[in-house]
Design a protein around this ligand. Structure first.
Ligand SMILES: O=C(O)[C@H](O)COP(=O)(O)O
Ligand SMILES: [Mg+2]
Length: 441
């Protein structure tokens, strides 16, 4: 007689189980495949992501029982999908390694035949595991100190178009943006070291622009220099950035990979840098509500690995698909020292952050001066707002665009409506004429 598969997986299900305080807990949204019960699907997930396989084995290592994950709680979402809570013994995971964690819980399980859909919504990390990660080098406070900006949002601009500037042209635009009042020039995610604009030549020009703009404005400025590249090249670029006296690097941490980010974090310590984390690629797996990995968890892992800033979306006003409620949770998970889910929120878990510093959430994607008060209303002032097209697209040029952004932020911080502020601020008025105004509710 053939083996009865259900019984193998049901070893990994225990509804009476109470997880201990040192266990890792994952919340999955599971849509079982046709003919598969939720318990069976959950058992398979717990098995495959811990110590199980598809059949019984004739060998049993001494740690086997201790390392079993257990699916212990189920909640029917009523649309064919369920929330399932799985507890994992912490010894399953190597300390301080995001790749190892990802290969376990964000690994094989997405491809199993027994599930039609699987999304990892959240994972709770116990202090003993969390504390093996460095978290940000600078964090919100450290970045504010670098820039000498006490209590307003920090402003960044990607010179658009994304690609096409020579180093000299890029330096000129950077200068205009910076004297207009933007704090940080940011490379776009796909700007690396292409033939028409090599990395070091560009860095040199931007640093000249920063130097001039700092002298003229009396403000501190910085460059979110995109160092994303194969690791050895990335290392060289990080060192160059530090040699030129800039305090920031930017990394596309999902295309470069978690190991690359963790390595960049080690170098950030050595060279005293802050890391700007761009999330390009996330939507390939965060956008489908029934399959993939939540942006919430991506943001959490980025904080553990050690970004100082991370893109979390814009609250409903930008060019990217985003729900205000979700962006707010992303903001809270990277910024709060003790995250507590809102009443009735089953998708997220309480998460104390121990000694890991708070990270700046970055709002970016389709922002312009008319949207900024709404972004500040939803996300608060401890944020970075990146405005690219909304600066470079200003009818009177990049410097005027930067001024309009700065004016919109001033208005929001003073609690004055943009239309009123625009009466006395021409650049803002011109921006509102072109793009309109999203009134905060
Ligand atoms: O990488 C980014 O953050 C984007 O390029 C946003 O650009 P935008 O402000 O023009 O949408
Ligand atoms: Mg971009």
């Amino acid at each position: 007689m053939h083996e009865h598969f259900d019984s193998i997986y049901l070893e990994f299900v225990d509804e009476s189980y109470k997880p201990g305080k040192d266990e890792v807990i994952a919340v999955f949204r599971v849509t079982p495949a046709q003919g598969i019960s939720i318990k069976d699907a959950a058992g398979r997930i717990a098995a495959e992501s811990s110590v199980g396989t598809w059949t019984t084995l004739s060998v049993k290592p001494s740690w086997f029982e201790k390392l079993k994950a257990k699916a212990y709680r189920f909640h029917d979402l009523g649309d064919g999908s369920w929330l399932v809570w799985v507890a994992y013994p912490v010894e399953l995971f190597e300390e301080g390694s995001i790749p190892n964690f990802a290969s376990s819980i964000l690994g094989n399980i997405f491809g199993m035949k027994a599930i039609a859909g699987l999304r990892v919504e959240d994972v709770y990390f116990p202090p003993s595991y969390l504390e093996t990660f460095p978290g940000p080098n600078k964090g919100i406070q450290g970045v504010r100190e670098i820039l000498g900006i006490k209590d307003r949002p920090i402003l960044a601009t990607v010179p658009k178009p994304k690609l096409g500037y020579t180093p000299e042209e890029y330096g000129r635009v950077a200068y205009e943006i910076l004297i207009g009042g933007i704090d940080l020039v940011k490379d776009d995610e796909n700007f690396a070291s292409q033939p028409f604009c090599r990395f070091e030549a560009r860095l040199k020009e931007v640093m000249k622009a920063i130097d001039r703009a700092e002298k003229e404005t009396g403000e501190r400025k910085g460059y979110l220099a995109n160092v994303t590249a194969p690791i050895r090249e990335m290392e060289k670029r990080i060192k160059l950035v530090a040699d030129y006296g800039n305090k920031f690097i930017m990394i596309d941490f999902l295309t470069a990979g978690w190991a690359a980010l963790q390595h960049a974090r080690e170098l950030a310590e050595e060279y005293d840098l802050a890391i700007h984390g761009h999330r390009a690629f996330h939507a390939a797996f965060t956008r489908n509500p029934k399959h993939g990995v939540s942006m919430f968890l991506v943001a959490k892992l980025a904080r553990m690995a050690g970004v100082d800033h991370v893109h979390v979306g814009t609250p409903g006003v930008g060019k990217m698909d985003a729900k205000t409620r979700e962006v707010l949770e992303h903001t809270r998970i990277v910024r709060e020292q003790y995250y507590r889910p809102k009443e009735g929120d089953l998708f997220h878990l309480e998460q104390p952050w121990s000694n890991i510093k708070p990270v700046f959430p970055v709002a970016s994607g389709g922002l312009h001066p008319g949207t900024l008060p709404e972004v500040i209303r939803v996300m608060g002032k401890d944020i970075i707002m990146q405005v690219g097209g909304g600066v470079l697209g200003h009818p009177d040029g990049p410097e005027a665009g930067a001024r309009a952004v700065r004016q919109a932020v001033e208005a929001a911080m003073k609690g004055i409506s943009l239309d009123e502020y625009a009466r006395e601020h021409r650049e803002l008025a011109r921006a509102l004429e072109k793009w309109g105004y999203v009134r905060p509710v």
